[in-house]
Design a protein around this ligand. Sequence first.
Ligand code: ZN
Ligand code: ZN
Length: 372
Amino acid sequence: MAGRQAAIAHAALKRVQAELGERRLDALLVAQPENRRYLSGYSAEDNGIQESAGFLLIPESGRPRLLTDSRFTLQAEAEAPEYGIYMYRRGLVEALEELLPEMGIQQLGFEADYCLYALWLRLQALAKRLQLRLTATSGLVESLRVVKTPEELEFVRAASALNDRVFQTAFAQVQTGMSERELARLIEGTMLDLGAERPSFDTIVAFGENAAKPHAVPGGRRLVAGETVLIDMGLVLDGYCSDMSRTFVLGEPDAQYLERHRLVRVAQKAGMAAIRAGVSGSEVDRAARQVLAAGGYGEAFGHGLGHGVGLAVHEAPRLSPSGRETLEAGMVVTVEPGLYLADWGGIRLENMVIVTEAGCELLNRDSTWLDL
Ligand code: ZN
Ligand code: ZN
């Protein structure tokens, strides 16, 4: 496992260094947690943006550094052998004050999308003292993460397969009388029991009319026979995320529910059928959205059709009406049409797929509840 992650990090590091050369930057300071893990294999997690588990300082050539504090140095040494580990006692800026002149860095790039204003002010003051130039970068590492390597795709497949297993296990235990919160806890407990690092987001469980909220928070509502159960769940395995949604009815669904469920399923299939390298995110979105609109539910589908998944559960590319990115083989995306009606409830069906030249590879066991 460690070997495969080291190989991913090594290849990614070389690509970033080449990019720095193109942009005439001497180094890049990496603070964004998934970018940090991608480029180093170092898996410690931040406690929010104010309490970082470390930073990477990647020079255009030569040995990269991982800057962290004493809580994490052993882990950093074990997980990021390619990096020189620098232990700071008084924080990042003091460490940079020592390291930047030593490494001959005069043009330093930083991640504008992941920099607190307070840190920016301190970096500016440092730049003045050391007479160096700061360059804001945006999406430099993220853009490299969009197309996955074959090694990464193996991790994504495994994360999605485990998510399916967790769903099957939980599905077999759903009972009337159970609360949304109890079912969410059962799912998250099963994830950890079966070897996941953690959920990739807070599990969504919504019963009945609560399913009308696409991001419902599980509460104390108890399940009654014949009503909708909407589950949106994902886990992290070896750093890579999974994400899937299922909606079903415990007991006998009514005709209206069946009709709406079938329509969402047809929209999902239309979306998956539209995916292949070379099409845009908006074209795929349109393929599914048209089905819902033709069925009379255009207004009931408010969110985008899908999003990229990798080290982050939501990343590029976006499948939505404004999704301009062109899909490439090796991207991983969700296909998750839904319909949401206040006072009635909602239905969302979400699969994960790998984009291929000719189409896509489905990563989920397909809908088990209602095969259409
Ligand atoms: Zn989801
Ligand atoms: Zn999703």
